[in-house]
Design a protein around this ligand. Structure first.
Ligand SMILES: Cc1cc2nc3c(=O)[nH]c(=O)nc-3n(C[C@H](O)[C@H](O)[C@H](O)COP(=O)(O)OP(=O)(O)OC[C@H]3O[C@@H](n4cnc5c(N)ncnc54)[C@H](O)[C@@H]3O)c2cc1C
Length: 388
C-alpha cells in the first residue's frame, strides 16, 4: 500500500502527539518554574526517533524532509510543551551532514539519530557582536594539529544537556580578510572530552526557564579533526543550517499559535459574564479570528519554504526568513488575543497562558529578530539599499 503525503504527515502528527500526551501541562509548568531541563521528554522524543527524523536513512535517521520536521515541532508546542528544548538537535546536524567529511558523518550522525549523542548546542552569539555575527571575537589559533580557542559566548542554550557543541570562532582576524564573512570557522566539539577549566559555563536565568548560559573559553584545545568544512568558511557552513532553523522555528511558532487559539476559543466559549459567553462579544471574538487567519497564511508560506528547502531551491532562504517573521508574529497575535480572553486568569500559572505567552514573545527576537528579517527582505529580496 502506498502511503500518501498527507497520510504520512497525519501519521507524524499522531506519533508526536502520542509522545507529547505523556507530558502534561503540569510537567512543563514545573520544568519552567523550577528552571529544569525536560530530560525525560527529550529522551522520549529521541527514543521515538523524532529528533533523528531529518537525518538520512543511510546514517540511521528517518530521512524525512523539513515539512515533516516543522510538523514535529509544531505538535510539541501545540500540546503545550516547549519545542525550543529539542529543536537544535534537528537542525544543527545539518552542518555535519552537508559540510562534514564522510568520516565525521559516520562517526556522529548514527549516534545522533539513535539519541546516544546529544547535539543540542550551537554557540554563535557574543556579548559585543550581537546580531552582527561577523564581529565575533572568539578566536581559534592553529598550533600543530590542534586549535586553541579563547573567547566568550552568551545566551547559549542547553550547554549542560548536550554532548556535542557546534561553535563558530575566528581563525583569521577581521582586519586581515577580504570579506568580513571570511575567516570564521566551524568546530564540532565533544564537550565530554574538554579538559578541566577550559570551558566555564555560567547559567543565565531567563523568563523562559531551561538551560541558558554564558560560556568562557580559556585555551580550549581541540583536535583539527573538529573542524567542519574548510577553515575560514564556517559562516557558509552554517548559513543553510540557519535557513533550516528558520523553517523549524516557524513550525514551533505555529504550534504555539494554534495552542493559543484552542485555549482562547475553549475558555472564551465557556466563560459567561453579563449573561453570555465572552466570545459572543466581537471585541473578544474578532482578535481570535484575525490571529487564526494570520496563522493560516503564515503556515502556507512555511510549507512553501520547507518544500523549496528540500528541493534545494535557492529562493528557500528568503521564504524561510519571511515564514519565520510571519509565523512568530501571528503566534504572538494569537498569544495576545488569548491572554486578553482569559482576563485576570491569564496571570494564574495553572492556565499556562503566561508561560506560553513568554515563549511566543521571545520568538520575535531569537533566533533572529524581526528587524533583521525585515532588513534581509528589504535588501536581498526587494533590492533596496542595505539599511545597516
Ligand atoms: C532564550 C535565548 C536562547 C538563545 N539561545 C542561543 C543559542 O543557543 N545560541 C546562540 O548563538 N544564541 C542564542 N541566543 C541569542 C539570540 O540568537 C540573540 O539574542 C538574537 O540573535 C539577538 O541578538 P542580541 O540579543 O545580541 O540583540 P542585538 O543584536 O543587540 O539587537 C537588539 C535589538 O536591536 C535590533 N537591531 C540591531 N541591529 C539592527 C539594525 N541594523 N537594524 C534594525 N534593528 C537592529 C535587533 O533587531 C534587536 O531587536 C538566545 C537568546 C535567548 C534570549
Amino acid at each position: 500500500m502506498t502511503v500518501g503525503f498527507a497520510d504520512l504527515q497525519q501519521d507524524i502528527r499522531d506519533g508526536v502527539h502520542e509522545v507529547c500526551a505523556r507530558f502534561d501541562l503540569d510537567y512543563w509548568g514545573k520544568s519552567h518554574e523550577e528552571n529544569t531541563y525536560p530530560t525525560e521528554f527529550v529522551k522520549a522524543m529521541s527514543d521515538a526517533g523524532w529528533l533523528g527524523a531529518l537525518i538520512p536513512e543511510e546514517y540511521g535517521g528517518s530521512g524525512l524532509g523539513f515539512t515533516e520536521g516543522a510538523i514535529i515541532l509544531e505538535e510539541v508546542n501545540r500540546s503545550g510543551g516547549n519545542a525550543n528544548q529539542v529543536h537544535a538537535q534537528m537542525y544543527t546536524m545539518g552542518a555535519v551532514l552537508r559540510h562534514g567529511s564522510e568520516e565525521q558523518k559516520r562517526k556522529y550522525l548514527p549516534q545522533i539519530a539513535s539519541g546516544e549523542l546529544r547535539l543540542q548546542t550551537f554557540a554563535v552569539t557574543e556579548p559585543d557582536a550581537g546580531s552582527d555575527t561577523t564581529k565575533i571575537q572568539t578566536t581559534a589559533v592553529k598550533k600543530g594539529d590542534r586549535y586553541i580557542i579563547n573567547g566568550q559566548k552568551i545566551f547559549i542554550s542547553r550547554f549542560n544537556n548536550t554532548d556535542l557543541m557546534l561553535l563558530l570562532a575566528r581563525t583569521t582576524p577581521l582586519d586581515q580578510v577580504e570579506k568580513k564573512t571570511h575567516g570564521i570557522s566551524l568546530f564540532l566539539i565533544d564537550t565530554r572530552e574538554v579538559g578541566e577549566g577550559m570551558i566555564e559555563a555560567t547559567k543565565i536565568p531567563t523568563m523562559l526557564g531551561g538551560d541558558t548560559n554564558q560560556l568562557f573559553f580559556t585555551d580550549l584545545e581541540v583536535s583539527e579533526d573538529c573542524l567542519i568544512g574548510e577553515e575560514g568558511r564556517g559562516l557558509y557552513c552554517v548559513m543553510d543550517g540557519m535557513v533550516a532553523e528558520r523553517i523549524l522555528v516557524s513550525g514551533s511558532a505555529l504550534g504555539n499559535g494554534k495552542w493559543f487559539i484552542d485555549q482562547a476559543v475553549k475558555y472564551g466559549n465557556e466563560r459567561v459574564v453579563f449573561n453570555r459567553p465572552i466570545t459572543q462579544n466581537q471585541s473578544v471574538q474578532f482578535p481570535i479570528a484575525q490571529a487564526y487567519m494570520e496563522l493560516r497564511a503564515a503556515e502556507a508560506l512555511m510549507y512553501e519554504a520547507a518544500a523549496k528547502f528540500d528541493k534545494k531551491d535557492p529562493t528557500a532562504g528568503a521564504d524561510a526568513n519571511m515564514a519565520k517573521y510571519l509565523c512568530s508574529d501571528a503566534a504572538y497575535h494569537a498569544a495576545e488575543a488569548c491572554m486578553q480572553t482569559f482576563g485576570g486568569y491569564a496571570a494564574a500559572n495553572e492556565y499556562h497562558v503566561n508561560r506560553k505567552w513568554m515563549q511566543a514573545r521571545m520568538m520575535k527576537i531569537a533566533p533572529i529578530s524581526s528587524n533583521l528579517v525585515l532588513s534581509y527582505v528589504g535588501q536581498h529580496v526587494l533590492k533596496m539599499p542595505r539599511s545597516y
